[in-house]
Design a protein around this ligand. Structure first.
Ligand code: MG
Length: 282
């Protein structure tokens, strides 16, 4: 595969990504996909999707898990509902994530990924200890499928994410770096964060965002915007990816499924921008 192939975050039947026809039209060679609903996580559905990918010349580079009941309505709601962190649903979501790993295997994909949620900073708490344990259990299942697990950035600072990964202590746990999330959640400067965690970054999102006003940072959302129009600084982002030795896909994410036309137009512009910057930076 060429260095930094363009990718797009794509949905089969769940999640915020673009649909495969858009990927095909834009001639993008790779996708990360949001895992489909439970009923369509079977070999027949995998074969059908793979056939479409093959016809479109598209490779699936990661399968993202997501769960019923998750809400990104506010940062507080996200903390309460997202990922493996909420204790009431932790056990069932770990089980579901294992099933998503099995589905990814049916797709021949060796990477699964997720938002783990807001990991508590109280490392002595039983909540933290249990989260470490269930993550190990999940990683062992993922390893048996010949896969890695990538944690999406944003809900933790770079330092806290590194500590958690170190405490889990498994060799198939890595990072999907999303620079915009660092801004949207107010968890730190994305470029500084990337320099800190770069050695563990095995996949990335190319997404842009604007900081919330300073007084609201960390409690109120920043704003996700079209690539190149936010505060990430795409050229600096690519230069830093080069510096940390990343050469995997550049997967565009544009999270406005309520406006499919604009989503498609923005992804199209993002492809052009990344192709230009890649030629300049690579
Ligand atoms: Mg992302």
């Amino acid at each position: 595969m060429q260095k930094w192939p363009i990718g797009v975050f794509t949905s089969i039947d769940a999640g915020l990504g673009v649909h495969l026809d858009v990927v095909e039209e834009l001639k993008v060679p790779t996708v990360q996909i949001h895992a489909p609903h439970k009923e369509t996580r079977n070999q027949a559905a995998a074969d059908e999707f793979l056939a479409k990918c093959k016809a479109a010349g598209v490779e699936v580079t990661a399968v993202f898990g997501g769960f019923e009941g998750e809400s990104y309505a506010s940062i507080a709601e996200t903390a309460r509902t997202v990922g493996l962190v909420p204790e009431a649903t932790r056990r069932e979501r770990v089980q579901e994530m294992k099933e998503i790993s099995d589905f990814a295997k049916m797709l021949g994909c060796d990477v699964v990924a997720l938002h783990i949620g807001f990991v508590t900073e109280d490392k002595q708490s039983s909540d933290y200890q249990n989260l470490v344990e269930v993550t190990r259990d999940l990683l062992d299942h993922v390893a048996a499928n010949g896969q890695r697990l990538h944690l999406e950035t944003g809900q933790e600072t770079a330092d806290h994410l590194l500590e958690f990964i170190q405490d889990v202590g498994r060799n198939n746990l890595f990072i999907n770096f999303d620079p915009a999330n660092m801004i949207l959640y107010g968890t730190g400067d994305p470029i500084e964060a990337l320099k800190k965690v770069g050695h563990l970054v095995k996949s990335v999102h190319c997404k842009d965002g604007k900081w919330a006003p300073e007084a609201e940072r960390g409690t109120g959302w920043g704003q996700e915007v079209a690539l190149g129009e936010g505060d990430v600084g795409m050229e600096t982002y690519l230069r830093t990816l080069k510096e940390v030795g990343y050469d995997g896909p550049l997967t565009i994410e544009r999270e406005i499924p309520q406006d499919r036309e604009r989503q498609k137009a923005d992804v199209g512009s993002a492809v052009k921008l990344l192709e230009e910057l890649r030629a300049k930076v690579v």
